[in-house]
Design a protein around this ligand. Structure first.
Ligand code: ADP
Length: 218
């Protein structure tokens, strides 16, 4: 059976989650207090309803506990976001993802039992800052406070060299997980093959090691 998602709050973040889930073929119930927003998404999602998620009876009547995953994408109204999350936890929803506005909000959400708290603006800020500092850093994904995955574009300093010659594991303590060339992605790159300008290396490692690697080679 297809997975069923509910998205509460149809701002930019919630709206984009709805669109992407539908593109992936998922069933999506969209909820917002604002009728215009609900009308806007009526054709995008499977069901769209005008409802206030801070109302316990409303959530019950929507059968919210039966959804596989509920995403709380209420932006500025932190009080509503917290109360909604609390009600979802009380209802026993299996997976609850909530967008946090700031660190305090995040702390409260974790405390009351949200399964995943996301911070899209902050995370995107970090990713873009890495890309701004070095144009060869295409993307950056934080795994924890210490570890990340980065996408590095091969320039003249690495082109023509093989992974053995670069020896990043011994020199920098990082691992090259995959190499993208055009549309092709090679998840077990050969150690002897020469890199070409424009190849994208997907590298995992500790932040301090990745920074050393970026500065030395990219
Ligand atoms: P973004 O920053 O992602 O654009 P917004 O703050 O603009 O987020 O949007 C949040 C949405 O959440 C708004 O459309 C708002 O109407 C909706 N919303 C706020 N409170 C509730 C609630 N209690 N129940 C349902 N939807 C809500």
């Amino acid at each position: 059976m297809r997975k069923q998602f509910a998205v509460i709050g149809l701002g930019r973040f919630g709206g984009s989650i709805c669109q992407s889930l539908r593109k992936q073929g998922m069933e999506v119930l969209a909820i917002d207090t604002n009728e215009d927003k609900v009308n806007k998404f009526a054709n995008v999602v499977t069901h769209a309803v005008v409802a206030d998620s801070t109302d316990e009876n409303t959530l019950k009547s929507l059968g919210i506990r039966n959804f596989d995953h509920v995403i709380v994408a209420i932006g500025d109204n932190i009080q509503s976001s917290i109360l909604t999350t609390l009600l979802l936890v009380e209802e026993g929803v299996k997976h609850i993802t909530v967008k946090a506005q700031n660190d305090y909000h995040e702390k409260v959400l974790n405390k009351i039992g949200a399964h995943r708290v996301v911070h899209p603006e902050r995370d995107m800020g970090v990713r873009i800052a890495h890309n701004i500092v070095s144009k060869n850093v295409l993307d950056y994904l934080e795994l924890s406070d210490e570890y990340s995955i980065v996408e590095l574009m091969a320039g003249t300093s690495v082109s023509g060299k093989s992974l053995i010659e670069l020896n990043v594991r011994a020199k920098y303590g990082c691992n090259i997980m995959a190499v993208k060339r055009g549309d092709e992605i090679n998840v077990s790159p050969s150690a002897n093959e020469s890199l070409q300008i424009g190849d994208v290396l997907i590298v995992i490692g500790a932040d301090k090691d990745l920074t050393r690697l970026e500065h030395a080679l990219f």
